[in-house]
Design a binder for this molecule. Structure first.
Ligand code: DX5
Ligand code: ZN
Length: 222
């Protein structure tokens, strides 16, 4: 699977989101962090904003739902125009049913696991999803420090997918920056999220190009 980059707009200028999208034109996806102040202690973007972003974004919207009761709320994000919808394994009551419902809506389906949630807990979901999101920070805020221990989970998930032959992307989200991006790509991630490392810099396009070069250099060195 090709390596793809999904900058997170969590660290972008919320007063100028359309303009901010223009600064990451070379990205593959736009990562939109939806937080409900219940599943995580922060409140960000909801349906009306995501719907409008989907209308103006030249890039597919990758919705990361850090919300309680995704069984109830996630399908609306598919309807709002997201290309992929990721819900948390810790929050879903009936993840297989929800994954199937989302696929019927025509979106790619992701399941996310927090740093303390084992890969083993989602093994039985892998045949139902398109992407496994391995959180490399506790969800809730941008700009946190990468938790190194999560790399072992990425490698474990990659090995598992290789034995099963399932075409599931592994996404890594949290603390991806020039110092961590190589390790993440090397562990087997195929979709890399970066918020602060892209948008909290003077030149997001250059920051993204730099991350891509660092990750690709690592791939070539394998
Ligand atoms: C954290 C969010 C991330 C966040 C990543 O809860 O899910 O997507 O924006 O931000 P950085 O790359 O700054 O850690
Ligand atoms: Zn995220």
């Amino acid at each position: 699977m090709p390596l793809r980059f999904a900058p997170s707009i969590l660290s972008a200028d919320f007063a100028n989101l359309e303009r901010e999208l223009g600064r990451i034109a070379s990205a593959d996806l736009v990562h939109v962090d939806v937080m409900d102040q219940h599943f995580v202690p922060n409140l960000t973007i909801g349906l009306p904003v995501l719907r409008r972003l989907a209308q103006v974004s030249p890039l597919p919207i990758d919705a990361h739902l850090m919300i309680e009761d995704p069984d109830r709320w996630a399908p609306a994000y598919a309807d709002a125009g997201a290309a992929s919808v990721t819900f948390h394994a810790e929050a879903a009551k009936a993840p297989v049913r929800l994954a199937r419902e989302l696929r019927r809506e025509g979106v790619k389906v992701g399941v996310a696991i927090n740093p303390g949630t084992p890969v083993a807990s989602v093994v039985d979901l892998l045949g139902e999803i398109d992407m496994l999101l391995v959180m490399s920070v506790e969800p809730g805020f941008g700009g946190q420090t990468f938790i190194e221990r999560t790399l072992a989970k990425v490698a474990q998930a990659r090995a598992l997918l290789e034995t099963t032959g399932l075409a599931v992307d592994i996404q890594v989200d949290g603390g991806v920056d020039p110092t961590t991006v190589r390790g993440v790509a090397d562990a087997g991630a195929t979709v890399l999220v970066a918020g602060a490392a892209v948008f909290a810099t003077p030149d997001p396009a250059a920051a993204l190009a730099n991350l891509r070069a660092l990750a690709t250099a690592q791939e070539a060195g394998r």
